[in-house]
Design a protein around this ligand. Structure first.
Ligand code: CP
Ligand code: NVA
Length: 309
């Protein structure tokens, strides 16, 4: 049993194994319907419990499909529906109950500490569905999408992130170290990635390039990435933050400085950080990106259950 919490803590060879498995499984089920199980039903009979403390559309639905395709079953709960949510039961007892009934626990939370506490108390694997500091399932799936579209290893590509230095970027930075790709970040001065993230990059002898000029960041990019300026976990002055990012909008003029066959990705939901014409334009691959969550998350679950081929 293995937890899937942060990309930075997972060996690169295991991350690569997940992507390889996802590709094989995706190719094998081209003629199957959404809820048809893969022929080998590798998680047959297992119950996976999803819990959301925050809103989710894609993660919730894509995991529901992924779990069905693996031959397992799932139940989705809100923290507020459990005794835990109202403070009527401890996290330790809740974890014991989850481990008694379920075979895996999938959690979206507004507290990194809560994930740690669940880790200590669960006897079943836990998967991080988004926390304030990371969004590992999203980013690993995005690496898959990029390699699928570009048909080459991501280590040969230039990626550019324009926007807030948030949980998705933290995971993207971890991926850039694990997979060895070049990453430029374009953000306002006071919004750079946190020191602990940059120290970790340095410790791993890699470099992330930070620019305060979005055009410089996007020059020669193969992939331009963005996310909402205000995240679910943001507690600061939202209006000020949006104003601070006003010159960091991704539009067709910015896309002109990228490589000729560059693509645009966005984990969604979107805000004003990207123009309508780029978001719906020829370079955008956001729907393919969302769909691939299903395929990669299946292989993430198999990794957690020690069942990767
Ligand atoms: N990208 C993503 O995780 O979307 P949801 O918040 O809808 O799950
Ligand atoms: N950074 C965003 C990602 C949403 C999928 C958030 O945390 O709200």
């Amino acid at each position: 049993m293995r937890n899937f919490i942060n990309l930075k803590d997972i060996p690169a060879k295991d991350l690569r194994k997940i992507l390889t498995d996802a590709k094989t499984r995706k190719n094998k089920r081209k003629k199957l319907n959404t809820l048809d199980a893969d022929k080998d039903r590798p998680l047959k009979g297992k119950l996976l419990i999803q819990m959301y403390e925050k809103q989710s559309s894609r993660t919730r639905l894509s995991f529901h499909i992924a779990i069905n395709q693996l031959g397992a079953g799932s139940i989705t709960v809100k923290a507020s529906e459990l005794h835990l949510g109202k403070g009527g039961e401890s996290l330790a007892d809740t974890a014991k109950i989850l481990s008694t009934y379920g075979d895996g626990f999938l959690l979206r939370t507004d507290s990194d500490k809560k994930i740690e506490d669940f880790c200590k108390n669960l006897t079943i694997p836990i998967v991080n569905l988004l926390s304030p500091s990371s969004h590992p399932c999203q980013v690993l799936s995005d690496v898959f999408t990029i390699e699928e579209i570009k048909n080459k290893p991501i280590s040969k590509l230039n990626l550019c992130w324009i926007g807030d230095c948030n949980n998705v970027l933290n995971s993207l930075i971890a991926a850039s170290v694990k997979f060895g790709f070049n990453l430029n970040v374009g953000c306002p001065k006071n919004y750079s990635p946190p020191k602990f993230v940059m120290d970790w990059v340095k410790k791993n002898k890699r470099k992330i390039n930070i620019f305060n000029d979005p055009k410089k960041a996007a020059t020669n990019a193969d992939v331009v990435f963005s996310d909402k300026v205000v995240s679910l976990n943001d507690k600061g002055n939202k209006a000020k933050k949006i104003k601070d990012f006003k010159n960091y909008r991704i539009n067709s003029s910015l896309m002109k400085v990228t490589r000729p066959k560059s693509i645009f990705l966005h984990c969604l939901p979107r805000g004003n950080e990207v123009s309508e014409d780029v978001f719906l334009g020829k370079q955008s691959r956001v729907w393919q990106q969302a769909l691939n969550r299903v395929h990669v998350q299946k292989s993430i679950l198999l990794y957690s259950f020690g069942k990767l081929r």
